[in-house]
Every structure is written in structure tokens, then in C-alpha cells.
Ligand binder design. Structure first.
Ligand code: FAD
Length: 287
């Protein structure tokens, strides 16, 4: 089923984002996470994809196959296009269509940092909007795109960022998911800016449970997400006691989600990092 249809029917619920496991232990943790989160009946689940093409795509496709085998969930693979040729993308879309996939998260991606072979001189798709147009022309797929409450790292201003987001929507994106944020004000302000521009598609907040301050700080710095000083300092103070640090962080995420619910945001996308326990702790507190 297309996510655009699901979002019309269900105005509350959660979605989960996973990444393709690389090791046997990683696969075990991924499978446990799938099982543990079944009880929340997600709107859909998504599977990230590294940049660079075939190697990364193979891992994503393999993990998508596992999800299709183990669940009845609506599965949305991410597709990145930086350094990729049109022909390759067409092949991937053909394969996903054959598997019965109806939804794609359409992204530009970033150059890989893990040594995956990558040819930056291939610029057939410069921005995600180019892939949105390509997928639209291909037909069949419902599309999600990324948006950035605090602005994308490479963009000069929030105004410019919104123009680029709007271009993706005007070319055919059906819904959007935000980059992680920890201060809801950024998200609410972005929704206001979008409303003023006449953007009406659903924009789901992307929430990363704040369980380990060092890891989250690392993510947040590469994707421009401000961690409120007060919680960062509190978690830093508790670093020697990881259980206490995690409790403080998850209490913060629970308050963040409750604030979203209080403000009428009833659909939330969780970055699970393939670990169920922290997501479960947050969900059990808010649902
Ligand atoms: P774009 O929309 O192309 O934007 C990239 C930059 O270019 C922005 O600064 C934008 O403002 C600018 N821009 C856009 N159009 C133009 C134009 N015409 N002229 C000038 N500038 C322009 N990465 C992965 O590698 N794999 C994943 O699975 C993945 N999943 C993600 C899921 C979510 C929900 C989010 C929010 C991000 C995800 N990312 C993923 C990260 C994403 O790939 C990076 O943030 C990347 O840097 C930008 O991707 P994009 O699709 O937003 O690109």
C-alpha cells in the first residue's frame, strides 16, 4: 500500500527506520528489533541506504527482503543518487517494483565515509529533486523526501532550504520526514514556514531517542541538530553511570514526544538504530 494512502487513513501512529546490518551479530539485533516492535503496528518501516551504488544497494535490498519475509509491514527502501547513473537507478526501481515495493525514500545522500568505492565525477543526479523527477516519470512509486528543521548543513539560509524542499514536493514527493531534532521549536517553525508556502503534504518528525550523549553528539554535529545545553550537560555529568545517563536522555525524549502529541503531532518517525529497547521505553511511556 502507498504510504500516502496510509497517512490519509491513520492520523496517529509510529514508523521505524532501520539500517541494513553488516554482521551476523548485527543481523541478530535487527531481527530482535523487528520482533520487539511488531506490537506497535507501525504505519510503515524504512530501510536506509548508503551512498555509492551497488554495494550499498545490495545490503539495503537484502535487508528489505528480510523485512518482507518476516513481517506484513509496508516497507520503504531509501534510495540515494549521488554518484549514480540513471541506468543503474532504473534497474533498482525495476527490482523493487518486482518485489511489490510501492514506496521509496528519495535522497541525494552524501559521499561515503567508509571506503565504499564512489565516483564523484558521475553527476547524472545532482540533487534529490532530480531523482524525484526520475522516479515520478518512472511511475508507480509513492515518494518520501528529507527536510531539515534547522536547515541542511550545506544551505546558506532557511529560506533557501525551504525553496529546495518545495522543489522536491512540486516535482512529486508525497510526504516528508525530518532530520532528527531535539528542540521541537525548530520543527514547529519549519511547519509554519511550509504552511506559508502552501505546502500541505504530511511532514513526519524524525525522532532519535537520546540514549548515549557521545553518540548522539556525533550524529547531531554531522547533520545540524542542536542538543539543548541543559540535557547535554546533565548527560555529560552522568557519563560515568551509563544507566543513569540513558535514563536522563530517554526521559528527555519522552518529554519531547509528549510535547509533539500535545501540539497535535500524532505520527512520529523513530530512528531505531536497530535497537529496540530505547524506542520501546519511549513508546511505552507515551502511548
Ligand atoms: P537534497 O534535497 O538534494 O539537498 C542537499 C543540499 O543541496 C541541501 O543543502 C539543499 O538545500 C541543496 N540543494 C537542493 N537543490 C538545490 C539546487 N537546485 N541548487 C542548489 N542547492 C540545492 N543519507 C544516506 O546516505 N542514506 C540514507 O538512507 C539517508 N536517509 C535519510 C533519511 C532522512 C529522514 C533524512 C532527513 C536524511 C537521510 N539521509 C540519508 C541523509 C541525506 O542523504 C543527507 O542529509 C544529504 O546531505 C542530503 O540529502 P537530501 O536528499 O536532503 O538532498
Amino acid at each position: 500500500m502507498k504510504i500516502s494512502e496510509i497517512l490519509k487513513k491513520r492520523n496517529e501512529g509510529v514508523s521505524f527506520e532501520y539500517f541494513p546490518p553488516r554482521t551476523e551479530q548485527g543481523k541478530k539485533s535487527f531481527l530482535e528489533t523487528i520482533e520487539a516492535l511488531k506490537v506497535y503496528n507501525p504505519l510503515y518501516v524504512s530501510m536506509t541506504c548508503g551512498a555509492g551504488g551497488s554495494g550499498a544497494w545490495d545490503r539495503t535490498e537484502g535487508a528489505v527482503d528480510l523485512l518482507l519475509e518476516k513481517t506484513k509491514w509496508v516497507v520503504m527502501p531509501h534510495v540515494t543518487c549521488m554518484g549514480i547513473r540513471r541506468e543503474e537507478v532504473k534497474g533498482l526501481l525495476d527490482r523493487y517494483q518486482e518485489k511489490g515495493i510501492e514506496n521509496l525514500m528519495v535522497l541525494r545522500g552524501d559521499p561515503p565515509r567508509d571506503g565504499t568505492p564512489f565516483d564523484p565525477s558521475i553527476r547524472e543526479f545532482r540533487y534529490a529533486v532530480d531523482l524525484v523527477s526520475f522516479v515520478k516519470e518512472y511511475g508507480h512509486f509513492c515518494m518520501g523526501v528529507a527536510v531539515y528543521p534547522e536547515g541542511h548543513l550545506e544551505t546558506g539560509s532557511l529560506k533557501e532550504d525551504l525553496e529546495h524542499a518545495k522543489a522536491k514536493i512540486d516535482r512529486g514527493a508525497d510526504f516528508a520526514i525530518t532530520q532528527m531534532f531535539f528542540d521541537n521549536t525548530y520543527y514547529y517553525r519549519m511547519l509554519d514556514r511550509m504552511k506559508k508556502e502552501g505546502i500541505t503534504i504530511p511532514v513526519l518528525p524524525g525522532i532519535l531517542p537520546l540514549a548515549d550523549v557521545a553518540k548522539v553528539k556525533q550524529f547531531a554535529s554531522i547533520c545540524r541538530a542542536t542538543i539543548p545545553k541543559e540535557i547535554e550537560e546533565k548527560m555529560e555529568r552522568l557519563k560515568a553511570n551509563p544507566a543513569e545517563m540513558e535514563k536522563a536522555g530517554l526521559d528527555f525524549t519522552i518529554r519531547q514526544c509528549r510535547d509533539l502529541l500535545k501540539n497535535g503531532i500524532r505520527r512520529v518517525h523513530f530512528y531505531t538504530l536497530n535497537k529496540f529497547q530505547v524506542t520501546k521505553t519511549v513508546l511505552d511511556a507515551i502511548l
